[in-house]
Design a protein around this ligand. Sequence first.
Ligand SMILES: [Zn+2]
Length: 652
Amino acid sequence: MDKREARQRIEKLKETINRHRYLYHVLDRQEISDAALDALKYELDILEKKFPEFITSDSPTQRVGGKSLDKFKKVEHSRPMFSLQDAFSFEEIKEWESRIKKLIPRLRSGQAKKMDYFAEFKVDGLAVSLVYEKGAFVRGSTRGDGKIGEDITRNLKTIQAIPLRLLEPKTCEIRGEVFIAKKNFKKFSKDYANPRNLAAGSVRQLDPKITASRNLSFMAWQFLGLNKQNEEHEELLRLGVRPVPGKFCADINEVKKFFEKIDRGKLLYEIDGLVVGVNDNELADEFGVVGKSPRASIAWKFPSEENVTTVEDIKVQVGRTGVLTPVAVLKPVPIRGAVISRATLHNKDEISRLGLKIGDTVVVARAGDVIPDVKKVLKELRSGKEKVFKMPLNCPVCGAKAEEDKGEILLRCVNQKCPSRRKRSLQYFSSRPAFNIEGLGPKIIDALLDQGLIQNSADLFELKEGDLIPLERFAEKSAGNLVRSIQASRKISLPRFIIALGIMHAGEKTAQVLSSRFGSLENIRKAGLEELESIYDIGPVVAKSIYGWFRDDYNRRWLDKLLKYAAVQNFKAGKKKKEFIGKTFVLTGSLSAMDREVAKEKIREFGGDVSESVSKKTDFVVAGENSGSKFEKAKKLDVKILSEQEFIKLLS
Ligand SMILES: [Zn+2]
């Protein structure tokens, strides 16, 4: 980015951040998440560090907190209440450490560079200052702009966790966080985006009764006037004030260990990271302040679910059924620890709904394990150079004309020999619910196709060790292993075989329905359209797709070839179990006694249904080892949870 572009970007970022701050602090409205706003501030901060000549005094990086409202009395803080710089990785924490360590010789000649730290939870709440005189709570205030805050004494007095009298008659100032427990936040989640907003909104109520009704809590992170941070925390406890959980760390690696051990799910309140600070307060003071943040402390934040980045290009992927899917090529950004460089845009309607252009700055999100997607376009950041994107009229891989599918939402490459469709079909063919060929990953499939060793999945079964060895990825042993696992997959159940065919709209459930209805592949092949349509669980679109698939010349030739190798087991129906009929199961974690796909097949065989996500309609969740969020959700929704043993008992 050149100077002129940097300046323009900085201006746009400032405008955008200020607008959202205004919405948030003054109008109590939130249009983008905290994580997204933080990401914008972070980008501005980085740019300003690179081009310090563009820093202005009104930049959002140059001030602390929000404006105080007029309805409360102003309070001047005895010492400024700072805000902290953010770090998002251990690398950044180490950089911070080496930055401040370099300052020591200048400050204290001859002193060793050994430094210890205090790390404590960064509670997601509102920072407040409490003043005690002779042990009595006399005044409480918000951070405000760091120098002047609002007097919210009356409201703070309603919070039970704040002692009105200390255990000793001390005159002192204590700082900490007003927050709300997760269980209390739930009922307000419609009105407030996060616990911090709720805490802020609650302590600034003019009527203390409202504040009292919110069940807020408090933990302290600072006791002014002591030499060491760990001593501050001990003093707080001694005075009867609950300190924020923290740990003395002899070096930065101990900080890392502490960070990695945090189990947020087990905490009763939300935290968004650790505050890491030099334990020695005197030294910390000597390090001084840069901008509005002390050098001696830093906030190490958890990676967020959202981030902001730019869309460098939009590419079109061709799936196994030929569907053209637009994908945003992103400037790489970390989200929840993983670097993201692609986000799905689903279809052309989604692009116009977002109003997305190439070059736009966007908010990207990643929830769970799903592919990240673009949540919002920040149009106010446009420079004018953004380009409109149009879905191509032809397949970008093979050049065949793309046809519009029903509803005109989807475009589809109808060329069955399309190389992209072939690759995806093969991936699907060898995936776990289908042929489950161990060791045949996407890269190997690409290599096999690119080298002309196979044309389609039927050719896989003719591969010999010698064919594979010349390929770059193969040593003799792994070539042998792959050939063996291909051969081992030849014996296959009817439902899995139908899945492997990749018939459009005919997924795992349809495969099961067809198998139990017809029993053999021959019967499914012969089935007429009317007969297929008459099946309760199969709709007319699916029926037509199945019927058409078996009558297509290309498919028929491929299927006949495939059947020379595959030994498809006929389906023995009629052994449904009443414990399973009409019941929906969700599997989570790993089962030790059987493959998950086998377990799914069994459930379907017995008349049950398998779903991927837990909802109120779920009847059983089968929890194997290391079950995660699905297990939690099942508990929350009161869904019956079966251990692996209980499940096996049910099967037998
Ligand atoms: Zn194509």
